[in-house]
Design a protein around this ligand. Structure first.
Ligand code: XMP
Length: 517
């Protein structure tokens, strides 16, 4: 299978386009997000299997509001319009959109009509759905059947099966809409006739063929961080070109307990990848000695990382014809940075930012079209260790930014021990996947009084910072069960000497950030 014909999600500027694209992938169909400003000819040149017009913030009557070019409907491509996309579609096809000035926002009861034939077929007569609109469609375009209504929308859904065009005022992609995923699937499978072939196995065979064709007999290098993205990207490339790939793992000494071993032993055992390990802990800790300012810590770690990786890359390059560098860039990064292809614009320090001219590589980014949950599924299909596949996000500067104060070996050991206890207990209670991240923070420059055994102690507090989030942009503190928090607290104060107090961070983001530094 080559990359399948895409379901294009036309982004009208709302926050829902990515969510729609993900839901389409969950239905095992390949999706791509395109801006509404893309000319119709360019959209059609992508040979889409279907087009979904997303929601948008604007009123179709607002000056400069994005419109749908009616030519889009002439090509015979199946179309689903959602919210703003539904109204723009109605307008482009000759229906009426009333500028009501009223609003319907949040959960609403939808009344479905008994003659609904596809999207809403055989669903309960009343459904709870998610709405977010001001204007509403009052008259469907000719040829369309109205299939549902809501208190604020006389035309809340319509269908033109002969023309393979359907639309909903509500958001089927949102979890609050009952049977929403089923409606999307009915559009994809029944209206558009798409086969659900976007499976991990197909993605792997696709990527392997593409990487082979691109890399040929050249050598490839990849930096592993311990995180899931670089691990899956490297495993895919390895599946394609075997020992033409060399991975470099810079152990900066700031990882959590067991993570370096996971890369060096379990990952290598699972994949058979050629790995060069650079033990650079002394160098990083030397450079960090006495430094307390968070940004300073980040700068130092970034700088040292580039130097160490560069030296390792030179050694690898000296022994072969290395032309390519693997990066674990994901689809949301591609969408958020405007979509371009192929050029090296590497942001964060744990990637190789400042490589000198004679070490310029072409990038191989096998995860560029994938969402995080798909990357995890690929990781499992490629046989990677489960702990690695389900690892929570972890910052590049590692534990250095979870020690408030200067970083040294002793403090790192303390924090590692406390962090391991928190992770063990979270896993044991089966809640790993309910939290986004669970930083444990050592307040190294603070001491508090305690009573331990027969005596008074003067130890460090540790902060538990479990958070729930969808994308780390905003977050809330996780309401973990109190008995779990209690077990973690008791174990940390019993087992980690020097820690006599455990506190829970109950701040959302904003105003707090996830990490303390
Ligand atoms: P904040 O603390 O800004 O973190 O709410 C948002 C997400 O980013 C991670 N993070 C980093 N990741 N280098 C990274 O690679 C960094 O310097 C860094 N700082 C924060 C953090 O763990 C969270 O997932």
């Amino acid at each position: 299978m080559n990359t399948p014909r895409p379901v294009l999600v036309v982004d009208f500027g709302a926050q829902y386009a990515q969510l729609i694209a993900r839901r389409v992938r969950e239905a095992r169909a390949y999706s791509e997000i395109v801006p509404h400003s893309m000319p119709v000819a360019e959209m059609l040149a992508k040979d889409p299997a279907a087009i979904i017009l997303s929601g948008g913030p604007a009123s179709v009557y607002a000056p400069g509001a994005p419109q749908v070019d009616p030519k889009l409907f002439d090509a015979g491509v199946p179309v689903l319009g959602i919210c703003y996309g539904f109204q723009a579609m109605a307008r482009a096809l000759g229906g009426t959109v009333a500028h009501t000035g009223g609003r319907e926002y949040g959960g609403t009861t939808l009344r479905t009509r008994p003659d609904a034939t596809v999207l809403l077929r055989d669903l309960p007569a009343e459904l709870s759905v998610w709405m977010s609109h001001g204007d509403c469609v009052t008259e469907a375009p000719s040829g369309f059947t109205v299939t549902a209504e809501s208190p604020g929308a006389p035309v809340a859904a319509f269908e033109d099966l002969a023309g393979r065009r359907v639309g909903t005022q509500f958001h089927p992609e949102v979890g609050h809409t009952e049977h929403g995923q089923r409606m999307l699937e009915r559009f994809l499978y029944e209206v558009a006739g798409i086969e659900p072939t976007w499976t991990p196995e197909n993605i792997i065979s696709d990527q392997v063929a593409e990487i082979r064709a691109r890399v040929g007999d050249k050598e490839v290098i990849c930096g592993l961080s311990g995180g899931v993205d670089s691990a899956v990207a490297a495993a895919l490339v390895h599946r394609a070109v075997g020992d033409q790939l060399t991975c470099v793992f810079v152990d900066h000494g700031l990882l959590r307990a067991g993570e370096a071993e996971q890369v060096e032993k379990d990952y290598v055992a699972a994949t058979g990848i050629k790995l060069k390990v650079v033990d650079a802990a002394d160098r990083f800790l030397g450079a960090l000695a006495g430094v307390t300012d968070p940004e300073q810590k980040r700068k130092i770690i970034g700088r040292e990382f580039i130097r160490v990786f560069e030296a390792a890359a030179r050694e690898v390059a000296a022994s072969g014809d290395v032309e390519f560098l693997v990066q674990g860039t994901l689809y949301p990064d591609v969408v958020e940075s405007g979509g371009g292809t192929g050029t090296a614009n590497i942001k964060s320090h744990h990637n190789v930012g400042g490589l000198p001219e004679d070490l310029k590589f072409s990038l191989v980014e096998p995860l560029r079209t994938l969402f995080k949950d798909e990357v995890r599924q690929l990781g499992l299909a490629l046989g990677l260790p489960e702990e690695m596949v389900w690892r929570h996000p972890f910052p590049g500067p590692g534990l250095a930014i979870r020690i408030i104060g200067a970083v040294d070996r002793e403090r790192l050991d303390l924090l590692r021990a406390a962090d391991l206890i928190a992770r063990e207990e979270l896993t044991a209670s089966g809640l790993d996947r309910d939290v986004w991240q669970f930083p444990v923070v050592l307040l190294a420059d603070v001491r508090s009084v305690g009573v331990q055994g027969d005596g008074r102690s003067y130890g460090h507090p540790v902060v538990l910072r479990p958070v729930s989030s969808a994308d780390a942009m905003t977050a809330d503190w996780s309401r973990l069960p109190y008995d779990l928090i209690a077990r973690i607290s008791t174990r940390i104060t019993n087992e980690v000497a020097e820690v006599n107090r455990v506190v829970l961070d109950v701040t959302s983001k904003p105003p707090g950030t996830i990490e303390w530094e």
